[in-house]
Design a protein around this ligand. Structure first.
Ligand code: ATP
Length: 345
């Protein structure tokens, strides 16, 4: 194992032909951190991870472990562990031998290898399954084998590419907690690729939000959740209402509604500029006396109703409420200033 204090990506760029899959990624990963690379399909997450792993050469930029250049080293000399979406277990080897494989390859003495293997198996709660073949295990158990196999060699960095995406919803939640717990117990530095913002928010110390190969924002879950850097991040982070408007004096006018709202400006906005006002469905308030909307769709979600409503000038708004609503109802709504973000259009 080669430990490090910081791992630095410096302008990491990868092209395929003349298409830019990843452009100028700058990122400093500190030892022990859990970093999530987050963004929609095709935004460059896997490309970034594969560049880090050494599975893809860079088109431009460099990667540094403390003072040492890393991107010129082959994958096996970087000392990283990898966990993929499809597990990539050896089908003909038992759980125990799958986990022990990396130790054997590294020539770890037998007694020590056996002890570390059993420790890793215990860590992921697979003691009772150690003698089975991967084909005899559930998806979640196989994924745990993959994790044990990656961490048993005590890698300086673990790279995970959507490791939970093949699991059902309940197991995904359990494994989230389990990976997070492993991360804490072992102090593993982790880079985790996902397109699931909830997964990223609940697991990571810091999020790197990508779009079309470019970093949109790097920040803590709270920073990215409450103060997305631009409208694209806002959209991705659940600000489902993105309303066109214009900046006037000290407030904003939405569309042709004549509704004046206030909010927090994110980015530079001048008087008269077109803007996009963003608010989450759960932050839209129903209030008699607010501006009038007509309910178009009301979906029952157990504790609350998710509704789609239309404003008098034809904008669609999404909201969530515990109030019973039915299509055709006319209600008043408010967009609270402390929940509204305003971006340059
Ligand atoms: P997903 O969540 O769907 O896996 P991603 O964010 O991981 O997506 P990447 O796999 O990094 O995205 O791909 C980024 C871009 O690079 C995409 O437009 C993709 O089509 C392109 N790309 C990736 N690998 C190759 C390749 N081997 N050859 C050509 N283009 C590629």
């Amino acid at each position: 194992m080669t430990g490090f204090e910081t791992l630095r990506l410096d302008g990491v760029t990868r092209r395929f032909g003349d298409a830019d899959a990843l452009t100028g990624l700058d990122l400093e990963i500190r030892r022990g951190e859990f970093i999530a690379l987050l963004g929609p399909s095709g935004c460059g997450k896997s490309t970034a991870l594969n560049c880090l792993a050494g599975l893809l050469p860079l088109s431009d930029g460099s990667i540094w472990r403390d003072g040492t250049r890393l991107d010129t080293l082959p994958p096996e000399r970087r000392g990283f562990g990898m966990v993929f979406q499809n597990y990539a277990l050896f089908p003909h080897l038992s759980v125990r031998n799958n986990v022990a494989f990396g130790l054997k390859m590294r020539g770890v003495p037998r007694a020590q290898a056996r002890r570390r293997t059993e420790d890793a198996i215990r860590l992921v709660h697979l003691e009772e399954h150690a003698g089975k073949l991967p084909g005899q295990l559930s998806g979640g158990q196989q994924q745990r084998v993959a994790i044990a196999r990656a961490v048993v060699v005590e890698p300086s960095l673990v790279l995970m590419d959507e490791p939970l995406s093949n699991l059902d919803a309940k197991l995904r939640l359990e494994m989230r907690t389990e990976i997070r717990r492993l991360h804490q117990n072992l102090g593993l530095t982790t880079v985790y690729v996902t397109h699931d913002q909830e997964e990223a928010l609940s697991m990571a110390d810091r999020l790197v939000v990508l779009r079309a190969g470019r970093v949109q924002q790097i920040g803590t879950p709270e920073q990215v959740h409450t103060r997305p850097a631009n409208r694209h991040v806002a959209d991705f982070m659940g600000f489902r209402n993105l309303l066109p408007g214009r900046s006037v004096d000290d407030h904003f006018k939405i569309n042709d509604l004549g509704v004046r709202v206030s909010g927090t400006s994110v980015g530079e906005i001048h008087k008269g500029d077109p803007v996009v006002a963003a608010i989450r469905p759960e932050d839209v308030l129903l209030r008699p006396g607010g501006f009038e909307v007509t309910v178009e769709v009301a979906e029952y979600h157990g504790r609350e109703i998710a509704a789609e409503v239309r404003t008098t000038d034809g904008l669609t708004l999404h909201l969530r409420t515990s109030q019973r609503l039915a299509p055709g109802d006319k209600v008043g709504v408010d967009l609270p200033a402390d929940r509204l973000l305003v971006f340059p259009a």
